[in-house]
Design a protein around this ligand. Structure first.
Ligand code: DQA
Length: 141
């Protein structure tokens, strides 16, 4: 089974961006780790990051065409992008993920246009949340 882990804007700067909020793990380290986690769970994991909304929408279309589940950290798009939400609605299942506890931060981060359609939501578990999301997708149909 294939699972896409799709990370949105500014997440390519993991490791250096506000490490107090997002941790010290870089995106490259995270990607390598999640491929290995996926192998252990019997999932073929593909990790991608983009700062471009059109690219993200294209990847969600690709996941839909592949009938692949998605772990989606849409970054700030989470809070306002109906275009990303409409594209996410096309995939079989997606887990909405946030590294930080968005509810403990600025009020604009409390709203999500992705939550209603999500199979699950993981918030505030650090980068370890991605492992939890993969475990959930592997354990359920
Ligand atoms: C984030 C939280 C968002 O509010 C923020 O814009 C991000 C990252 C997180 O992983 O905690 O870019 O999705």
């Amino acid at each position: 089974r294939k699972v896409y882990v799709l990370n949105g804007p500014n997440l390519g700067r993991l490791g250096t961006r506000q490490p107090d909020v997002y941790g010290a793990t870089t995106h490259a380290m995270l990607a390598e780790h999640l491929v290995a986690t996926g192998e252990g769970l019997g999932l073929q994991v593909e990790v991608r990051q983009t700062d471009d909304e059109a690219t993200m929408i294209g990847w969600l279309h690709e996941a839909a065409d592949d009938s692949a589940d998605v772990v989606l950290n849409a970054g700030a798009w989470t809070h306002y992008s109906y275009a990303v939400a409409d594209a996410a609605a096309l995939v079989p299942r997606y887990v909405e993920l946030h590294i930080s506890n968005v509810h403990a931060r600025e009020s604009f981060r409390h709203a999500s246009v992705l939550s209603a359609g999500a199979a699950g939501i993981i918030v505030g578990c650090g980068v370890g949340g991605y492992d939890l999301a993969l475990a959930h997708l592997a354990a359920t149909a």
